[in-house]
Design a protein around this ligand. Structure first.
Ligand code: MN
Length: 254
């Protein structure tokens, strides 16, 4: 099995390093990751400047390789599949392990989730995995990742679908189980702190307080709050089917 491993925290982040080392024991891994922090870059891609790729040594040995890219997480997946994998096609895209939760509507902004989404747009199965909170020790998360990689390898995923996985902090033995969930609603109450720079111009620092609006037992937010790993199948269907029918009654003829 050939796994392309990506993240949005940058190639030097501890989460991707820990996962690369672990995957190298049971599969061939090609790490293709941004050369810097790219969290909250969503699904953006680079069109107006060249992408530079440098091979780096993550100490993986064997057939495993690692590359850093001056682009976004989605760029990395597109490059990996389009440019690096002619000789050994990728079987699976894994994105993570992100340092921080990707729960509820976080996936709209998340580079971690969007890298997995790019994988499925390219026709590959994909998993996004995040460790939700400090302490950011990745030992339990890499074991969870391996279990899900093995399951996806044997069962496959429907076309256009990836798994969004969140793992609560703590040792593996403390995990309360694996919950199959839907995304909850987790919003941020945005606040902007206004400051003045040395030239007298105002500028703003964005901050936000998390507001968990809905925590039904079948949601990802609820699972994490109860010490469980959350596994959510995500797929693209942006069309509001109900309104589609209603719009046809609006008499929009020209
Ligand atoms: Mn991140």
């Amino acid at each position: 099995m050939h796994i392309v491993l990506v993240n949005d925290d940058g190639i030097g982040a501890p989460g991707i390093g820990a996962l690369a080392q672990h995957i190298a024991h049971f599969a061939t891994v090609t790490v293709v990751a941004p050369d810097r922090q790219q969290s909250a870059t969503s699904h953006s891609i680079t069109l107006h400047k060249p992408l530079h790729v440098d091979e780096v040594d993550l100490g993986l040995g064997g057939p495993h390789r690692a590359f850093q890219v001056n682009g976004t997480p989605a760029d990395c997946v597109k490059l990996a599949v389009g440019a690096f994998c002619e000789h050994q096609p990728a079987d699976l895209i894994v994105s993570g392990i992100n340092g921080g939760a990707n729960l509820g509507l976080d996936i709209v902004y998340s580079g971690t989730a969007s890298a997995a989404a790019e994988g499925v747009l390219l026709g590959l199965p994909a998993i996004a995995i995040s460790l939700t909170d400090a302490p950011f020790h990745y030992e339990a998360s890499v074991v969870v990742a391996q279990r899900l990689i093995e399951k996806v390898a044997s069962h496959g995923l429907p076309e256009g679908t990836y798994l969004n996985v969140n793992v609560p902090p703590g040792p593996y033995e403390a995990l309360k189980g694996m919950a199959i969930t839907r995304i909850g609603v987790r919003k941020y109450r945005n606040s902007y702190e206004k400051r003045i720079d040395p030239l007298g111009r105002s500028y703003y620092w964005q901050a936000g307080t998390i507001v968990n609006l809905r925590n039904e037992p079948d949601t990802d937010v609820h699972a994490i709050e109860h010490g469980m790993v959350s596994v959510t199948p995500i797929h693209f269907d942006f069309t509001n089917g109900q309104l589609l029918a209603t719009l046809k009654t609006w008499d929009l003829s020209l």
